[in-house]
Design a binder for this molecule. Structure first.
Ligand code: NAD
Length: 249
């Protein structure tokens, strides 16, 4: 049977053609969900939603803008009458070292990766409470656990570590409302954010250091999100799922 039949799922940062968000939107749709694609540009979000199939929606939503997050949640409720699942997936990175981080880049990285998780969660929680529950999955990273990856700077590690703390705190606070909060910590996944910036030689060099000897696929993160969104994980909250090919062994 379909894992998300009758569910409405809102996914941030889901318009990028090769990204994890759109792969997730497609997988959720295949499992019976109606999907709301959120991304910076309204046209790109709408086109991404249309590419999944009929009946899905795409809205502009800068997750770092609190009003925009509330507006997106309101539109989803107006269009579908409910929100069952939130995937806090939007994120940006910047490959710099500590001494190169200036106040503006610190703010930019923290705003999208961490503040955005708070704002979008705040926007959906009252609706989920009304409905008697929901599931929220948040995008962290192996960078949070290892103190840096290949492409994220220290501010990115800090933001993604912040996501773990924030999600756990919300898991504790909203457990009694049957709203679950969990995180995914991917290793290096083949999307524009990463391999778009790496040549084949560099990719092969990195792959050799990973026990599974390859980068991950966007669908392999979507699969973890699907598990966390569905009732298969109904008794899991405050958890962190590593999807990293063994990078932390
Ligand atoms: P991507 O660049 O393809 O997707 C990110 C999406 O977020 C884009 O569509 C972008 O337009 C959108 N976005 C950026 N700023 C936004 C904002 N302020 N509001 C709304 N949307 C915004 O990259 P991806 O690899 O699919 O990344 C998805 C998430 O996975 C990110 O949070 C990233 O940090 C995280 N992540 C990626 C990897 C990896 O190796 N690719 C590893 C660990 C974590």
């Amino acid at each position: 049977s379909l894992l998300l039949e009758g569910k409405v799922a809102m996914i941030s940062g889901a318009a990028s053609p090769r990204g994890i968000g759109l792969a997730t939107a497609r997988m959720f749709a295949r499992h019976g969900a109606k999907v709301v694609v959120l991304d910076l540009d309204e046209k790109a979000a709408a086109e991404a939603a249309a590419s999944i199939g009929p009946g899905h929606r795409g809205y502009a939503c800068n997750v770092a803008d609190r009003d925009a997050c509330q507006k997106a949640a309101d539109r989803a409720v107006a269009d579908f009458g409910r929100i069952d699942i939130l995937i806090n997936n939007a994120g940006i990175t910047q490959p710099v070292k500590t001494l190169e981080i200036d106040p503006a880049s610190w703010d930019r990285i923290l705003d999208v990766n961490l503040r955005g998780v708070l704002y979008l969660s705040q926007a959906v929680i009252p609706q989920m409470k009304k409905q008697g529950g929901g599931s929220v999955a948040c995008m962290s990273s192996v960078s949070a656990q290892r103190g840096g990856g290949i492409l994220g700077g220290p501010h990115y590690s800090a933001a993604k570590a912040g996501v773990l703390g924030l999600a756990k705190a919300m898991a504790r606070e909203f457990g009694p409302d049957n709203i679950r909060f969990n995180c995914v910590t991917p290793g290096l996944i083949d999307t524009d954010i990463t391999s778009g910036k790496l040549d084949d030689a560099k990719k092969a060099e990195i792959a050799a250091t990973i026990p599974l000897n390859r980068l991950g696929k966007a669908d392999e993160i979507a699969g973890a999100y699907l598990f966390l969104a569905s009732e298969l994980s109904g008794y899991i909250t405050g958890a962190v799922i590593d999807v990293n090919g063994g990078m932390l062994i």
